[in-house]
Design a protein around this ligand. Structure first.
Ligand code: SF4
Length: 373
């Protein structure tokens, strides 16, 4: 019986995000590792490889699909209440010990992570998304940058159908992959895991490509929100949170920052879970450093008003939330506060049409071909 790596190696085509080097070598440009790959070598992500001097990349499958409220991604300033049709692939360019999606992200590194891929086409995915009532189509659950050629093929079909598109990503990009995505992507969530390069090296990366990605996405006018999972003893020192939030504010104080609660997962069952007080402290540091839209996540109902969107000018509550549930919506058709008419940064639909779901669900996939590869 073929291994997962052998199955996935067949589900490939030649990629676009690479440069040829002498002697059959090549350099992949899809993520910040920029792996140099001699003939036959596989990248750090385990899903892109050099075959005969050509870079072969994942194509024609998904690890799974799910319909999420867009608040789960989280995007709080993009089409609130929308259904985000979410597909995941397999593999990752980092190896975070606390990964909450390790079954898909570590599928090619950890023998306990067993997720058979599902045959899919861009049209079938988009038809299914439209049938479910989705407004947005998102590549998520594993690291989308490493399958960007496939994501763009899907996003082209999504845009033709009138959907918005997005990445939920660790942000370990390159200038080339961001330019490649630019015409086809509307929303981008970056997981800024730490502000310490040593911590990033523990996770298998470096901080600089992530900071560069944040700066570039903002300059490109892709709608950007940033999440930091607050892990006690790892990234929650006052000094680190000061530097992290100063950096975000230096790019733009209008970038929403979500500080979210850790709970034990995968190989990191300790330390103890993040408390509401820890989130409130981190949020106050972010606000003191000038961030206008700071949210506390993963502890619904325990963080005061930090689940809500408030007008940065007059303080009016514009969107009230409980977890993923939108309880009240008051932003006007032009994306402004109805009281003082201050514009709220984001991507707003003309009106709030309610939520199809405030909890994730797995769609009955209709015509999406669900044959396991
Ligand atoms: S996506 Fe990143 S990890 Fe994978 S081969 Fe390319 S540069 Fe290496």
């Amino acid at each position: 019986m073929a291994t997962l790596a052998e199955v996935l190696a067949r589900e490939t085509r030649e990629g676009e995000l690479y440069e040829r080097l002498p002697d059959g070598r090549l350099r992949c440009e899809a993520c910040g590792h920029r792996c140099p790959l001699p003939e036959g070598a596989v990248g750090v992500c385990k899903v892109r490889f050099n075959e005969g001097g050509r870079l072969m990349v994942p194509w024609g499958y998904v690890g799974g699909v799910q319909c999420d409220p867009i608040e789960k991604k989280p995007f709080f300033h993009a089409h609130p209440g929308a259904l985000a049709y979410s597909f995941g692939m397999l593999g990752c360019d980092l190896h975070c010990a606390y990964c909450q999606n390790w079954v898909t992200s570590q599928a090619l590194r950890d023998p306990r992570a067993v997720v058979p891929p599902v045959d899919a086409s861009p049209d079938a995915l988009v038809e299914d998304a439209v049938r479910q009532g989705a407004r947005v189509l998102v590549s998520t659950y594993n690291e989308p940058l490493i399958t960007s050629e496939w994501a763009v093929a899907i996003f082209k079909a999504a845009k033709a159908a009138g959907l918005s598109t997005g990445y939920v990503s660790n942000g370990n990009g390159t200038p080339r992959v961001l330019e490649y995505l630019r015409p086809w992507i509307d929303l981008y969530k970056v997981d800024l895991k730490s502000f310490d390069d040593r911590h990033y090296r523990e996770l298998g990366g470096r901080i600089e490509p992530i900071l560069d990605t944040i700066r570039r996405l903002h300059a490109m006018d892709v709608w950007l929100e940033i999440v930091t999972l607050l892990i006690p003893g790892f990234n929650d020192s006052q000094d680190e949170l000061m530097r992290l939030t100063e950096f975000i504010a230096s790019v733009s104080p209008d970038i929403p920052w979500h500080v979210t609660a850790f709970h034990g997962d995968y190989k990191m069952q300790e330390p103890a879970d993040t408390t509401p007080e820890m989130l409130l402290n981190a949020a106050s540091i972010g606000r003191a450093n000038g961030l206008r839209y700071v949210y506390a996540g993963n502890l619904p109902g325990q963080v005061g008003t930090l689940e809500d969107t408030r007008c940065a000018s007059c303080g009016e509550t514009l969107i009230a939330r409980y977890g993923y549930l939108v309880r009240d919506y008051r932003i006007d058709a032009e994306g402004r506060c109805p009281s003082c008419l201050t514009r709220v940064p984001g991507r707003w639909s003309p009106s709030f049409d309610g939520q199809i779901a405030s909890r994730p669900f797995v769609p009955h996939s209709g015509r999406l071909t669900l044959s396991r590869l």
